[in-house]
Write a protein of this length. Structure first.
Length: 471
């Protein structure tokens, strides 16, 4: 064994202010009340954040409407593209700062925010900048919708912002976006970037707050389009409130993906894929491979190797470049993961975690697997949204398909096999928006993403992602 030497990324590059206002009509403005955002790795309060009420939301929607009518929808598409390219370049220039800020506010390892989140954010703006003056090649007679209300979750704060804002602006809409209450800081940094890029005031507005702010935004009468990413429960509420109005709606909700390993799969690669599928971003991933379906004949060997690999995962300081698993995003999420894991034990599944020292302060959960899981167990049915894997076995491809599809969700799935024909056979039968073959959790702005069934409707990314923002 060797002595472990931490390699923490410096925090000096970020300048977190004591308090932040709302970003409305190109200015930061105060609100009557506020809330705190914390660093989940230390429970340190990072900043006081303005909480938007219905009056503030109304101001933001009015600013977005004015900017839509008088400026943004009037601009030649090539001019809109220039702004988006400029934003993309500033994101690249400030990428180190954004990565550190994201890791501090969210708890995710710097390795991921630096190598995955922020590069994808820039890539998304570049990709949709390229579409702005070519929309007629995507749909006939492309026309923007108007003002988009966008509500996003905390697991990929800046990436979810990019998924929402880039296509909306490229298509000529203006936006009011509400980030999640535990992770507002990178959205507020993005507001500064909009100013740096000289984006006309009101084209992007950021209103911070919790569920009530989100509700005021999606229920506002001046909104033409609602785009929501988050839990299925809140998605249902929003679908009810939007029903019967002229508003357009897209929902990106939860998931419970099956990661299916056949006996001819390359085992070591499959183990890496399983680890990436469930422990990436602490398992706070809507498309996480949270149900492992392994063919019975190789189950024992595969699980042995998986446990050996899990014992090497390093849990701890998100800013340490060696960290594989960072902090759980909030006390509430940690509680949810603990409750569901306890339910798994009560229902008779076998729980295992590698020996792993967790820091004293902050919110942490060791990587965990459950074996002997039945399809009826809560840990096989409900989204845990944490570093917890449920293992089930199957004998035939038909059984694998039946078990994989036995879920109210349908966002993603993984297939591991040497046979190309089997990959296609599985992909045709799996009820999931994305099927990865011999890989997992791969994202590209050119590739559409979205779900079936209770995972929502609408697609983000690619040419399909434009349709949500065009008439
Ligand atoms: P959440 O639904 O609690 O919150 C999401 C956002 O909605 C937050 O900004 C929150 O403040 C806001 N909100 C809460 N109540 C609201 C209401 N009544 N009206 C309007 N807005 C409201 O979800 P979460 O716990 O923050 O995020 C985790 C969930 O998001 C998981 O279920 C995950 O699967 C899902 N998710 C899905 C995708 C996808 O693309 N399908 C991506 C990321 C996360
Ligand atoms: Mg935070």
């Amino acid at each position: 064994m060797f002595e472990y030497a931490p390699a923490p990324e410096s925090r000096d590059i970020v300048d977190i202010k004591a308090s932040y206002g709302l970003f409305i009509d190109g200015e930061f403005v105060d609100a009557d009340s506020s809330f705190k955002t914390v660093d989940p790795a230390s429970e340190e309060v990072l900043a006081e954040i303005a909480e938007a009420d219905a009056t503030d939301v109304d101001r933001a929607v009015t600013a977005a409407r004015k900017a839509y009518e008088s400026v943004w929808s009037q601009l030649p598409a090539t001019e809109r593209a220039k702004y988006l390219f400029r934003i993309a370049r500033i994101i690249q220039e400030r990428s180190r700062e954004l990565a550190v800020l994201e890791s501090i506010d969210n708890g995710k390892p710097i390795r991921e925010s630096r190598d995955v989140d922020i590069p994808l954010v820039a890539a998304h703006f570049f990709y949709y900048a390229g579409w702005a003056d070519k929309l007629e090649f995507a749909v006939r007679d492309p026309r923007p919708i108007g003002v988009a209300a966008q509500v996003i979750p905390w697991n990929f704060p800046l990436l979810m912002l990019a998924w929402k804002i880039a296509p909306a602006l490229a298509c000529g809409n203006t936006v009011v976006l509400k980030p999640a209450e535990t992770t507002p800081l990178t959205a507020l940094a993005f507001a500064e970037i909009c100013r740096q890029a000289d984006l006309p005031p009101g084209v992007v507005n950021i209103v911070t707050g919790a569920g009530e702010t989100g509700r005021a935004l999606v229920e506002h009468e001046g909104v033409d389009k609602v785009a929501f990413t988050g839990s299925t429960d809140v998605g249902r509420q929003i679908a009810r409130s939007v029903a019967g109005t002229a508003k357009r709606l897209t929902l990106e909700l939860g998931g419970k993906a099956a990661n299916v390993i056949f006996d001819d799969a390359p085992v070591d690669q499959a183990v890496e894929g399983i680890v990436n599928g469930i422990f990436f971003n602490q398992g706070h991933v809507c498309c996480a491979g949270s149900r492992l379906l392994v063919q019975e004949s190789i189950a024992e060997e595969l699980l042995d190797r998986l446990k050996t690999r899990m014992a090497t995962l390093r849990v701890g300081d998100p800013l340490d470049k060696n960290t594989d698993i960072g902090a759980i995003n909030s006390a509430a999420q940690l509680e949810k993961i603990r409750t569901l894991s306890a339910a798994g034990e009560e229902e008779g599944a076998t729980r295992w975690s590698p020996p792993c020292e967790l820091p004293d302060r902050g919110f942490w959960f060791a990587p965990t697997i459950f074996t002997g899981v039945a399809q009826s167990h809560r840990i096989a049915r409900e989204e845990i949204f944490g570093p917890v894997l449920s293992v089930l076995t199957f004998r035939t491809p038909q059984e694998a398909v039946e078990k994989a599809n036995n879920t109210p969700y349908g966002l993603s799935a993984g297939v591991w096999t040497e046979k190309g024909s089997r990959i296609l056979w599985m992909a045709e039968r799996l009820r999931a928006g994305v099927v990865w073959a011999n890989t997992f959790n791969k994202f590209d702005p050119a590739s559409p993403f979205g779900g079936y069934k209770e995972s929502g409707f609408g697609r983000e990314g690619g040419r399909h992602g434009l349709e949500a923002y065009l008439r």
